[in-house]
Design a protein. Sequence first.
Length: 258
Amino acid sequence: MFTDLLFEEGFTKVDAELDVIFVPTDDLVVEAMLKMAAVTKDDILYDLGCGDGRIVVAAAMEREAQAVGVDMDPRRIAEANALAETVSVTDRVKFLQEDLLTVDFSAATVLTLYLLPSLNLKLKARILSELKPGTRVIGHAFNMGRWQPDAKRAMGGVYIYKWVVPAPVHGTWEWLSEECKVYRVELLQAFQMLSGQAWIDGQEVDLLEAKMLGDRVHLSIKASDAEEADLFISIYREGQLLPAADSKQVSVGVRISV
């Protein structure tokens, strides 16, 4: 990729053969990224383009998480392993010298990225299709194009972005309410943004609000003769919408068409 460049001091032929140039992440940014992701000991964090391993090591040392770093540069992998050994977290971390575009990261509950926009876009389809709904994705400095973040924070002139992988809820769904009425919604989905139509016992009604975060779906539906809208809160699990606590939905939501 950079074969026509002259190599300055500290920049070698190895760098020229890699698609990612290593730029260390500031320690304050590392802390902010882990905080934004709300990393805990129950998480499995993957850092794509991990460099010297500081995010991976911090997740293990400060949050007691299991963490995996992926980088194509053998020098960075060596530095990362040395850092993990220095702070005694080798039992909770692993570093892989692999291509970050093809490595299997499907086990991640948190994914961290400090990559160029072109690489983010190449990874986006895999992130949406291979990661579990609800997985937190934290990006430093660069966004995901049309996939808007669920949150962002300014840090030293750049942003840290947070996305929560949305469940695939597009299609037509049916369930029963507390009053044994049949509710039907047709949902259109663009990433985490929802829109659509609703019916109660076959009569079209107003879908006042449709929103989601990860695997949780909130729908506000109002019949024309009702004083208040009904709020339905569902949790997506394996192709079904399960009623959450305090939801007026009493049966499993079933997708009847896509």
